[in-house]
Design a protein around this ligand. Sequence first.
Ligand code: LER
Ligand code: MN
Length: 291
Amino acid sequence: MRHLVTRGLGANNQRADIKEIKLKHSIVLSTQLTRFEAATLTGDFENNLRRIAGWGYDGVELAVRDPALVDAETLAELTGRYGLRVPAIGTGQAWGEEGLSFTSQDAIVREQAIQRIQSHIPLAKRLGALIIIGLIRGITPAGQAREQSMQYLIEALQQCADAAAPHSIRFALEPLNRYETDLIHTTQDGLQLIEQVGRPNFGLLLDTFHMNIEEPDMLESIQSCGEHIFHFHVADSNRWHPGAGHLDFASLLETLRYTGYDGFVSGEFLPKPDALTAAENSITYLRNITG
Ligand code: LER
Ligand code: MN
């Protein structure tokens, strides 16, 4: 199966307004303490918003373990105060810290995972964000067939997409490298899943760190995903900030732009050499490329 999907491009594969597209920049920020090592910034939430705006980011991707523990109005007010948009909400901490998963052997855990993801819908609506499906898809447990996991995954995604559709909320599943899960590593896996799920508000989040491990040709993968790219994470080859490794971000981001993607490029990288330097170096390096 070969996909080459673009967003309504003309016969010469170019859209008149592509040259006008300017990518926007955001960075991951957790609303609570997290064990996830590539959530770059830690410490006081508002202080971080002030810094992020000061460095010139356009937005902030919020990592929220449980929407019941945050106040949507406060988050909207605080991010708005610093002129930051919220393109996406990350949900992986519910797996990392609570073990919730769409593909658990335990039906109660699967249902809790679906409920948790659906509970993000009002928050996503208030913030104008999409909802990320990363590690909450889970890992096939010992003794369970991978086909069974895929069946659970597809059903869970359909239920979540159907609950979100009346609110115009979208879900973006992130292909992750083989060391994190056995389910959906590549963009081809993601495109196949999109066909199986069959819901227009379900698409992909591409992350340059995972792509560099799994994709045979990163540029071709971006082109192939075209309009199915709902969100985009950036980290360099070593998962340091862009500019600290050997990825060619100029080509990657130009290819992304040529799919017609006009959303956010969201920094998710290690706090190296330290968090503040990483966050500032990233936006400086990327702005040089994207303007
Ligand atoms: C989350 O966006 C991610 O990229 C994963 O590595 C989480 O484990
Ligand atoms: Mn990511």
